[in-house]
Write a protein that binds this ligand. Sequence first.
Ligand SMILES: Cc1cc2nc3c(=O)[nH]c(=O)nc-3n(C[C@H](O)[C@H](O)[C@H](O)COP(=O)(O)O)c2cc1C
Length: 189
Amino acid sequence: MTEPATRHLVTVVVCGAGPAPQVHRLVELAQARGWAVAVTATPAALAFLDVPKLEELTGNRVRSEYRKPGESPTRSLPEADAVVVAPATYNTICKLALGINDTYALGTLAEAIGRGVPVAVLPFVNTALAARKPFAAAVESLCSEGVRVLFGPGKWEPHSPGTGGNRIDTFPWGAVLDAAEVLPLTTPG
Ligand SMILES: Cc1cc2nc3c(=O)[nH]c(=O)nc-3n(C[C@H](O)[C@H](O)[C@H](O)COP(=O)(O)O)c2cc1C
């Protein structure tokens, strides 16, 4: 990062799906809008990422695991002012809606939603996964909690199985950042 950040912190949560290697595009977009950025990766996402490159770009460690018991009890970063999940997998979306908290990324998201922080989710799933009732229910449930899920007609649509590679270059990183930049639903205090 060359210019000092003038806005507060956005956390980018990245899951294990096709566009993940391009997440630096989202980081650079956010930085150009004045955000400081921290990346949180699911364990599955790590295999897709160039972690040293992201750490150099953001100036922050890529987080993917909880601290170990006995490690420093204080958080090394302030609470985020906005959270973007991109790309969001079928797996993380379904687990998040159910309240499952078995990755550091899911814990970050659960807390952000609970605090009323703007959270925007951009799924990258195929039509077979998107057709499942648990997925539709998860999207509906997250929306009912105030999470902005960019999915469906006129937003971002699922792709046919086996064709995701054709859509990576048009993945709408800017749109999901726009969605996270709107004001929170609740104001603290
Ligand atoms: C090369 C590769 C591409 C994948 N692409 C997707 C994808 O586009 N969407 C998706 O939901 N899962 C995809 N998966 C499967 C997820 O990585 C898998 O469900 C994983 O458990 C997700 O974990 P996470 O939600 O914690 O990131 C892909 C897996 C691999 C190895």
